[in-house]
Design a protein around this ligand. Sequence first.
Ligand SMILES: *Cc1c(COP(=O)(O)O)cnc(C)c1O
Length: 212
Amino acid sequence: MEISNYLQIKKKLPGNVNLLAVSKGFSSEEIKTIINEGQTDFGESRFQEALEKQLILKDLKKIKWHFIGRVQSNKIRKIVQNFEYIHSVDSYEKLLKISNISFEEQKNPLIMLQVKFSDDPNKGGFNPKELTENWDQIMQFKSIKIKGLMTINPRGLSSTDNIKLFKKCRVLADSLKLKDCSMGMSGDWKEAIEAGSTWLRLGSIIFGNRTY
Ligand SMILES: *Cc1c(COP(=O)(O)O)cnc(C)c1O
């Protein structure tokens, strides 16, 4: 990995933009190299892979683990037990289950709700209109803290179109009085900052190319 990429990006970030280092596909040793540079937040999308690294790094109490992968219903308890943030909650049913399990486990995960702003059949997420309509009910779910919205833009958009889509996420988050927008990956992070992202999720631009 190129530590210089990491350092350069960090230097460019406005003060209100957080950097989530997406370490899926990379080892605990690689994670440690940027922990030494002050990185605290790490994102993983495969549960089993994440647990192995968490075990190795368990003495580094400063690390905050974020789950960013598809939330499978039968893994929710394990996710709640092992992650401080969940960025990828994509349905009402899963949110309710996370809430109930968090209550049982006496955990208070920080949640980003994944919202879908384009018709990509391969991506899940809340429909923006339905989210707004159900908001009062969602706010009553106990034991969770909804911090913001998360979105993934389709690949290959122009810079202008990326900004337009990201801004929809920012506008919806503002209308729901949510501070955070988890948006922007290696290919579109500059656009995400321009549109008001507060959490960039960066993998390959920091760690190099993944094998998956
Ligand atoms: C893999 C992944 C990322 C990081 O992607 P890069 O293009 O490598 O920066 C960000 N968000 C999610 C949800 C991912 O699965």
